[in-house]
Design a binder for this molecule. Structure first.
Ligand code: PLP
Length: 389
């Protein structure tokens, strides 16, 4: 049976190619070290798991959860106040999601009509472009380049494009390029959105994975941001709860209402047991968050320092769980290098082009293995390559 045309181009071919090669490498007896998919490898803190255990015993938690528990909405608002000094109305400015991906995918269906333009970073986290495509919208790519600190150049968008644009995606700390943004950049985004009447969607999934004392900011800290946009947050990375599927959208109440209305026709909400875990995460002790960040920082140093020793230089990210690594000397094609690296060393990284054309010349390395495995990855790469000559 023929699937609808909208699903035809959903999976980047390179992932299939790497999967086939991975199986061949494993068949040779080499254990693969997967630094590809950005899934946290660490467990949630014990107090979060215990809250889930307790919630499992409550028969009330097996009903349809629908829009979510008021205590969780208040917990989200409390966390935003403590973390960013941002006041949110839990009844109108917060929406609980089945992981932030749920919102990232559905916001396009809520705001994009066929033929509308959306401004999407290139490279970018794939669901932004994918959601726009599923809604029948047109993507206008915003190149993220090193010389511009991987921020989109809003001035370079032709006014006729900006006037037709309905939605702008931004994501800092960024996946895949691991760049960060400050309030000055977010202020320019607010001005742009006001001028052209564009909905801003900011994805803040990585704000608590930050290093060397750096503290990422929320888009909503900027005056006027709430009038033009919403922000998506995820418990997946901060609290290692990726499998639980819980996140939320916050900000503009009219947009939150529209997204909630759309979703109320599609799903019946987040399992209450998971919502209890979310409340425990947001309101409980936060040492686990700092400990998590320290772990990723250590991993970052093992990889970046270890690979620099063989002449593969890459900047140390200030935040996110990724290293955006320029290809080593002698290589110019991301796909070719990633496949060769897998073939020769069994280490999986993702070619930058899997995230858009402007990802050419880079690979994304996810810091999702423990120290000893990363040391082994560095050791394997060092025994196959020397880029110093
Ligand atoms: C930038 C970014 N946003 C959102 C998500 C999805 O997070 P969640 O688990 O909350 O759906 C990810 C997951 O990798 C991500 O990298």
């Amino acid at each position: 049976m023929q699937p609808a045309s909208r699903v035809a181009s959903l999976c980047a071919a390179v992932f299939n190619e790497m999967e086939v090669l991975k199986r061949q490498v494993e068949a040779r007896g080499l254990q693969v070290i997967n630094l590809g998919v950005g899934t946290p490898d660490r467990p949630p803190a014990p107090h979060i798991v215990e809250a889930m255990h307790r919630a499992l015993d409550n028969p009330q938690n097996y009903r349809y959860p629908l829009e979510g528990m008021p205590r969780l909405y208040r917990a989200v608002a409390g966390w935003y106040r403590r973390r960013f000094g941002v006041e949110l109305d839990p009844d109108r400015e917060v929406l609980v999601l089945m992981g932030s991906q749920d919102g990232l995918a559905h916001i396009a269906l809520a705001y994009i009509d066929p033929g509308d333009i959306a401004l999407v970073p290139d490279p970018g986290y794939p669901i932004y472009a994918c959601g726009i495509g599923l809604a029948g919208g047109e993507i206008y790519p915003l190149p993220l380049r090193a010389e511009n600190k991987f921020l989109p150049d809003l001035e370079a968008i032709p006014p006729e494009v900006a006037r037709r644009a309905r939605l702008l995606w931004i994501n800092y700390p960024n996946n895949p390029v691991a760049a960060v943004a400050d309030l000055g950049f977010f202020s320019r985004v607010v001005e742009f959105a006001r001028e052209y009447d564009v909905l801003v969607c900011h994805d803040l999934a990585y704000c608590e994975l930050a290093y060397d004392g750096f503290r990422p900011v929320s888009f909503l800290q900027v005056p006027g941001a709430r009038e033009v946009g919403i922000e998506f947050y995820s418990l997946s990375k901060t609290y290692n709860m990726a499998g639980c599927r819980i996140g939320f959208a916050v900000g503009n109440p009219a947009v939150i209402e529209v997204l909630a209305r759309l979703k109320s026709n599609i799903d019946y909400g987040v399992f209450q047991v998971v919502q209890e875990a979310g409340i425990a995460a947001l309101t409980g002790p936060q040492e686990c968050v700092q400990e998590n960040a320290r772990t990723y920082q250590r991993r970052r140093d093992i990889l970046v320092d270890g690979l620099a020793a063989i002449g593969w230089q890459m900047p140390k990210p200030q935040a996110s769980m990724f290293i955006w690594a320029p290809l080593p000397p002698g290589y110019s094609d991301s796909r070719q290098f990633a496949l060769e690296l897998l073939e020769r060393t069994g280490v999986i990284v993702i070619p930058g082009t899997a995230f858009g054309n402007c990802g050419q010349g880079y690979v994304r390395i996810a810091m999702v293995q423990d120290d000893t495995v990363l040391q082994e990855a560095v050791q394997r790469i060092s025994s196959c390559y020397d880029f110093r000559s």
